[in-house]
Design a protein around this ligand. Structure first.
Ligand code: CUA
Length: 258
């Protein structure tokens, strides 16, 4: 009994919100943006259809195997064609697909939408680190905020820091603000992906990709490069720190006076 409880608690850890991968994780990380909430809801909607279809098809398959094998059914029917059944098994899947298409398309267009952003952040993939540029703000010399974000190597980790996920300079954004992200790469293909934020945006050299971000709660969100980009592909993580607006403003002014 105790062992079973331990197993259950391993499978479903009763921790706070998870914004990075966890041991024995089965489902999604917790959503922090309306987009990720939409993705999870769509997944649950689809799971309903998948369950009903799988159960129905399995039932039909085993029923057919049972009733129509040569032992049970010595004289097979010569029927080869049925108008009504063919209409039914063509139209029903089409209707299911249409029902799925409605929420799927609305989510797809919502992900594409960029609602008058308050901040634009440019993120560049490099071999093998990310760099961030806040070009909305300029200091006295007319320079914008730009910095690199490297993974913290295992031997330099401090207690509580996540191995292969923590970085030296996180990307900092305010909560409840519409942010535009411009994603590109300096050398080869990379991909900027953070599960809790519902973002996976390819970083392509010579091309600017655009995506939007609206974080609903403060926290640190972890992600990883998601396009094979060379030997250190697994060692260029992404850490996004969402802070309150006053904290963001003081962070920006600190960065500007550096
Ligand atoms: Cu950068 Cu994979």
């Amino acid at each position: 009994m105790l062992k079973l409880l331990t197993l259950i608690s391993l499978l479903f850890p009763a921790k706070g919100l998870s914004d990075s991968a966890e041991n024995w994780q089965l489902g999604f990380q917790d959503p922090a943006t309306p987009i990720m909430e939409g993705i999870i809801n769509l997944h649950h909607d689809l799971m309903f259809f998948i369950c009903v279809i799988s159960i129905f098809v399995t039932w039909m398959l085993f029923r057919t195997l049972w009733h129509f094998n040569s032992h049970q059914n010595k004289n097979p029917s010569s029927l080869s064609h049925g108008m009504l059944i063919e209409i039914i098994w063509t139209v029903t899947p089409a209707i299911i697909l249409l029902v799925i298409a409605i929420p799927s398309f609305s989510l797809l267009y919502a992900m594409d939408e960029i609602i008058s952003p308050a901040i634009t952040i440019k993120t560049l993939g490099h071999q093998w680190y990310w760099s961030y540029e806040y070009s909305d703000y300029l200091n006295e010399e007319g320079e914008s905020i730009m910095y690199d974000s490297y993974m913290i190597p295992e031997e330099d980790l401090e207690t509580g820091q996540l191995r292969l996920l923590e970085v030296d300079n996180r990307m900092v954004v305010p909560v409840n603000t519409h942010v535009r992200l411009i994603v590109s790469a300096a050398d080869v293909l990379h991909s900027w992906a953070v599960p809790s934020l519902g973002i996976k945006c390819d970083a392509i050299p010579g091309r600017l990709n655009q995506t939007s971000l609206f974080i609903k709660r403060e926290g640190i969100y972890y992600g990883q490069c998601s396009e094979i980009c060379g030997i250190n592909h697994g060692f260029m993580p992404i850490a996004v720190e969402a802070v309150s607006l006053p904290n963001y403003i003081s962070w920006i002014s600190n960065k500007l006076s550096e």
